[in-house]
Design a binder for this molecule. Structure first.
Ligand code: M6R
Length: 606
């Protein structure tokens, strides 16, 4: 997490740094800071809280200097306050850092013995003093190479020097970093989004590389300090997607964009006239893959779980799923005939990236289902299936979830057909149903009035449960995650059939329980489980699909009916009211919907 910006220009940089930091707040927002070089001195300003607070606390218009670095933080080492905020500076060096320095305690002891005085509780401050120390006996490039070798852990760094005042050094290991090119100025950013308003010409640093950025020149080096050449990429610009428009929050906008997300996904992968799925350049023969493992974190993990149900329904493949932070440290049995699928909106999640890296080191077949196609995960996987849903800015993942499950469903359908595990008729029928999905999502979005009224009950309760079976179980988990993430109320997702093995003890009079019971093959079983919680006093919000058959149950508190489609596709529609429930609960509480407390959009630390 955390966001970095650096600018070397022929004019004052503070205004551009502030506006980039505001864009970067999705990566962390518990403190912010800037350092510029002016008249042979490092000028540093930093404060706890958002960039707005930094602006209120300091006269940033008068923060002069043509070279500067800025940072927004998501705290790892040390509480979020102004002392621990970045940049961290010595007399000669100022640094912004994303990542974690694992050997900071050992390095700190060594540096204290050398006479360095530490001000903060952060791991980052050791880098400042280490470089300062190494610069005593080395030229810049050697000092950087030496410092990077001494650091264990992950980092993206932006560094400025009082005594070398015309440049910024950037370095990367494990945390992403991009360089941008502008007229009479060049930039450093923790992602291309931070640089987008200034340039669409970007170079990504690879692990181990560092760069020296001057206003009219950028030099790249590998970890030994040898100069290297790197490509400049041109990014497409789509500025409207980065604005809220008429919406109050990005999350509201992103929920409403979902018919379009799904329409675009279908357009990219489905040949409508021929009712055919096209996955171009798939690098393996179908009989080379006998099993699949899907890996992700948070919402992306729920997409993996959803996909497991579909792969098992539509193919005979052996399918397992894993949370990336567990997978990366377990003793995995790597298999040559297995496809490892990494699901991530940002493509930068540290645990998911590390799991991919592990598979690559073991020469496994890797596929990335990502939104950000310039991301590290997308660049490093053997094969990429982009979800094409445009920038997702709200910390809570909404349209990316639908985008991920759409692409995974399409892949399952195609593999099932190619492996002769579903017949042509069913295959074509399911593709036809898929074409109607955007329209059905659009209609299912019209639940605002009902959900607004219901949301207060969830806010007032001690906790709530979200239950589902089969295809609805991953959606129950996702609904509970959305509610706790945004409204800070306890919410538990559970397989409905598992309640009697313990969680039923939590049910008490008036406890809100969401039951996802579409009229699929699990319907009757789920309704029985619903009766069990109603009998114990739960206030049940039943979410089902429209049907001519009446619901055979009494004492249901509220019912919401989404549109009707085939069983496979119902999860898309069931997701919508749950996203809105979380949104309206947080709205009523007056919480910061796009930036919930303690979280960040892109989790680039483990
Ligand atoms: O960028 P990723 O999809 O890899 O992010 C994974 C999770 O951090 C993310 O889905 C998180 O759980 C969301 N904030 C949930 O809404």
């Amino acid at each position: 997490m955390c966001g970095i910006i650096g600018i070397s220009s022929n004019k004052s940089v503070s205004a551009s740094i502030i506006s980039s930091l505001k864009k970067l707040e999705y990566r962390g927002y518990d403190s912010a800071g800037i350092a510029t070089l002016f008249e042979g001195k490092i000028k540093e300003v930093k404060s706890e809280g958002r960039v707005d607070t930094l602006e209120q606390n300091f006269d940033l218009k008068n923060l002069k200097g043509n070279i500067g670095i800025g940072h927004v933080r998501w705290a790892t080492h040390g509480v979020p306050n102004s002392v621990n905020a970045h940049p961290h500076s010595s007399d000669n060096v100022s640094i912004v850092h994303n990542g974690i320095i694992e050997n900071s305690t050992i390095l700190k002891k060594y540096l204290i013995k050398k006479g360095h005085v530490f001000k903060s509780q952060t791991d980052t401050e050791v880098i400042v003093h280490l470089i300062t120390e190494n610069l005593k006996t080395n030229e810049l490039e050697e000092a950087i190479t030496q410092t990077l070798k001494q650091l264990h852990g992950s980092f993206a760094l932006g560094i400025v020097f009082k005594d070398i005042p015309d440049l910024i050094v950037g370095a990367r290991r494990g945390s992403p970093l991009a360089v941008g090119y502008g007229p009479n100025e060049n930039y450093l950013g923790s992602d291309s989004y931070a640089l987008k308003s200034m340039t669409n010409k970007i170079t990504y640093l690879e692990d181990g590389e560092f760069c020296i950025i001057k206003k009219d020149q950028v030099l790249f080096f590998n970890e030994d300090g040898t100069k290297i050449n790197k490509k400049i990429l041109e990014l497409s610009s789509d500025d409207a997607s980065y604005e809220k428009g008429d919406f109050k929050h990005f999350m509201a906008k992103e929920i409403e964009e979902q018919p379009n997300t799904v329409k675009t996904g279908i357009k990219e992968y489905v040949d409508k006239p021929n009712s055919e799925i096209n996955i171009y350049n798939f690098p393996w023969k179908i009989d080379e893959i006998n099993s699949i493992t899907l890996i992700g974190c948070g919402t992306a993990y729920h997409s993996c779980l959803m996909a497991k149900y579909w792969f098992e329904e539509l193919t005979q493949l052996d399918v397992s799923i894993d949370i990336a932070s567990e997978f990366r440290y377990r003793k995995n049995r790597f298999k040559k005939d297995k496809l490892y699928i990494f699901v991530s909106q940002s493509g930068e999640t540290a645990d998911t990236y590390a799991a991919l890296d592990l598979c690559k080191k073991n020469n496994m077949k890797t596929c990335a289902v990502v939104n950000v196609i310039e991301s590290s995960i997308a660049r490093d996987a053997n094969f990429v299936l982009p979800i094409h849903c445009g920038p997702e800015i709200g910390v809570a993942s909404t349209k990316a979830f639908l985008g991920q499950i759409l692409i995974l469903y399409i892949l399952a359908l195609k593999l099932g057909y190619l492996r002769n595990e579903i017949n042509k008729e069913i295959y074509k029928e399911k593709i036809k149903d898929l074409q109607n999905l955007p329209g059905l999502i659009e209609k299912s979005l019209l639940v605002d009035n009902d959900i607004q009224a219901i949301s207060s009950t969830f806010n007032e309760a001690k906790g709530s449960m979200f239950l589902g079976r089969g295809f609805s179980y991953p959606i129950a988990l996702e609904g509970a995650l959305k509610l706790k993430e945004l409204s800070y109320v306890h919410a538990e997702g559970y397989p409905a059939g598992e309640m009697k093995h313990g969680p039923l003890a939590l049910i008490e009079d008036g406890m809100p329980v969401v039951v996802l019971a579409p009229r699929d093959s699990y319907y009757k079983k789920t309704i029985s489980n619903m009766q069990e919680v109603i009998a114990r006093g739960a206030k049940v919000l039943l979410i089902t699909n429209k049907s001519k058959d009446e619901i055979v149950s009494e004492n249901i508190w509220e019912t919401i009916e989404v549109e009707n489609t085939n069983d496979d596709l119902l999860p898309f529609l069931l997701t919508i009211p749950l996203q809105k429930l979380a949104y309206y609960s947080a709205l009523k509480k007056g919480y910061d919907i796009d930036k919930p407390r303690n979280l960040a959009k892109s989790v680039t630390v483990e």
